[in-house]
Design a protein around this ligand. Structure first.
Ligand SMILES: [Zn+2]
Length: 246
């Protein structure tokens, strides 16, 4: 067991129906967007934050109905307000975190929230408007583990196209051992390489980052890693069904 140190076209494209199986696939790697702790006590967490790409029905500028349409000069259908013409772009979101070391061991947090409740992760979460990537990494680590860091280099940047996210992790050094679980964390602990609960890691980007770390450390050479979680390829049966369907 790990030591618990502390505890041009203007074509209207038909809108897809909100198919539960599709929205299930839309649930992202880090859908539990972390409201700031103080703020989360003040107001209920918006449900949309748990879904990857919630359906937009109404324009947030004028309340008009939204249609999916390829704007002039664009190449993809966008959520366009039929009344005021506002284009509501939706682009990948940044999930930022830290791989924080203390004497060769790594700080992990056991999640107190869905998804992946009870599984272990590096402290990480959605970047907020108005902050830098480094600030986001430090803030998330403080929120999830009440841990203070000295940030080092950006270490991994991993695309997660099925979740429309990009996950980034810094290497970092813990400044002290006075960490303890934040509101969204059940447990915080330091793990040496052989103690890492590989089968209980919450997210594949965290697994990738940890594997890079231990591999690089064994080589004595830490370098930046850009990676991706590949889109799942369709099973042969799915392709047959797609060809046969009208
Ligand atoms: Zn509008």
């Amino acid at each position: 067991m790990p030591e618990r140190v502390f505890q041009g076209m203007d074509i209207i494209v038909p809108r897809p129906d909100p198919d539960p199986s599709i929205s299930g696939r839309r649930v992202g790697e880090f859908p539990g967007n972390k409201a700031r702790r103080s703020a989360s006590r003040m107001r209920p967490r918006p449900l949309e934050l748990f879904a990857m790409d919630p359906i937009i029905n109404y324009c947030c500028a004028c309340g008009g109905a939204i249609v999916l349409r390829v704007p002039p000069g664009d190449s993809l259908p966008r959520h366009v307000c039929a009344a005021c013409g506002a284009i509501h772009y939706r682009n990948p979101r940044m999930v930022v975190g830290a791989l924080a070391e203390w004497e060769g061991r790594i700080l992990l947090c056991r999640r107190a929230i869905e998804p992946r409740l009870g599984r272990w992760t590096l402290p990480a979460g959605f970047m907020e408007n108005g902050e830098t990537v480094a600030q986001a990494a430090a803030r998330e680590t403080l929120e999830e583990a009440n841990a203070r860091l000295e940030l080092h280099d950006m270490y991994t940047v991993i695309s997660v196209p099925q979740a429309n996210q990009v996950h980034m992790f810094y290497r970092a050094r813990l400044l002290d051992l006075d960490f303890f679980p934040g509101e969204e964390t059940l447990e915080t602990a330091l793990f040496s390489e052989h103690e890492i609960p590989w089968e209980e890691i919450a997210f594949r980007t965290v697994t990738q980052t940890l594997r890079h770390f231990f591999e690089d450390r064994s080589q004595g050479d830490f370098r930046f890693h850009a990676g991706e979680i590949p889109l799942p390829s369709p099973a042969p049966g799915d392709i047959d069904a797609a060809i046969k369907s009208p």
